[in-house]
Design a protein around this ligand. Structure first.
Ligand code: MF3
Ligand code: CO
Length: 250
């Protein structure tokens, strides 16, 4: 059953989203050559604490960190690690889900270490961001869930990139993962009708090459099968009578 949030729940989710977005806005200064992904995670841990946010991923199915940090061919669920040292040109995806007074917000962004990158990598990130935006634009009362999925898929594929099939966006609220599952591919006009008070984490995961992915030795980190680059961005949104409200943007 998809949970319809009342005004109070939406307010708490909005606060969670704004606090989280503020932290993410400070990340570019931290993401530089020589920094390990574990150090980045520890920086986030401190900032979540200062903002009275509680990590939703720490302790989730045995996951031990407050961020997922995925580099280059890693798509999502990268485990922060002291051996993983960032170098100039790396494409870093940071994903954080945290709650405020029991309500969650989930957010991911892409960053380039040292501001250096190939035009192809830049395009991949831009298309991921655009796919997220066109998906969000479909999150309107009376539309169907498949309208979001189809818009994302269309934007990605028309630019020649791949849509990861094995992972998806999701409903969000008191729990990080609620119904419905929100695929990043599908058909418009299909799926449940969208209503005011639904809250979704929309998160396109896209690839430069094939969309096939595999899970690495650590049991978590998802990488592309062909080791080509992947991008992932995510926002938490609320569907309102006046259109989508993006909770994780300042
Ligand atoms: N924040 C992720 C999402 O967007 C979930 C990470 S699951 C974890 O759904 F356990 F690996 F952290
Ligand atoms: Co998510």
């Amino acid at each position: 059953m998809i949970i319809i949030k009342n005004k109070l729940a939406l307010q708490k989710m909005a606060i969670a989203g704004q606090k989280l977005a503020k932290i993410v806005s400070l990340l570019p200064e931290q993401i530089k050559e020589g920094v390990t992904t574990l150090e980045l995670d520890q920086w986030v841990v401190q900032h979540l604490k200062n903002a009275q946010l509680i990590s939703c991923t720490k302790g989730y199915l045995g996951y031990r960190h407050s961020t997922c940090i995925s580099v280059n061919e890693e798509v999502v669920h990268g485990v922060p690690c002291k051996e993983k040292i960032l170098k100039n040109g790396d494409l870093v995806k940071v994903d954080i889900c945290a709650s405020y007074k029991g309500y969650c917000a989930d957010m991911a962004r892409c960053f380039f270490v040292g501001g250096v990158h190939s035009p192809e990598a830049q395009k991949l990130v831009e298309v991921a961001q655009r796919a997220l935006d066109v998906g969000i634009a479909q999150a309107r009362v009376g539309n169907r869930l498949g309208d979001i999925s189809a818009a994302i898929q269309h934007e990605v594929e028309k630019n020649g990139f791949g849509v990861v099939r094995d992972f998806a966006g999701h409903g969000i609220g008191k729990k990080m993962h609620e119904e419905p599952e929100l695929l990043n591919y599908g058909e418009s006009g299909k799926g449940p009708v969208l209503r005011a008070g639904m809250t979704l984490a929309i998160e396109p995961m896209i690839t430069q090459g094939g969309y096939e992915v595999c899970i690495m030795q650590d049991g978590w980190t998802v990488r592309t099968e062909d080791k080509k680059l992947a991008a992932h961005v995510e926002d938490t949104i609320a569907i309102t009578q006046d259109g989508p409200q993006i909770l994780t943007r300042l």
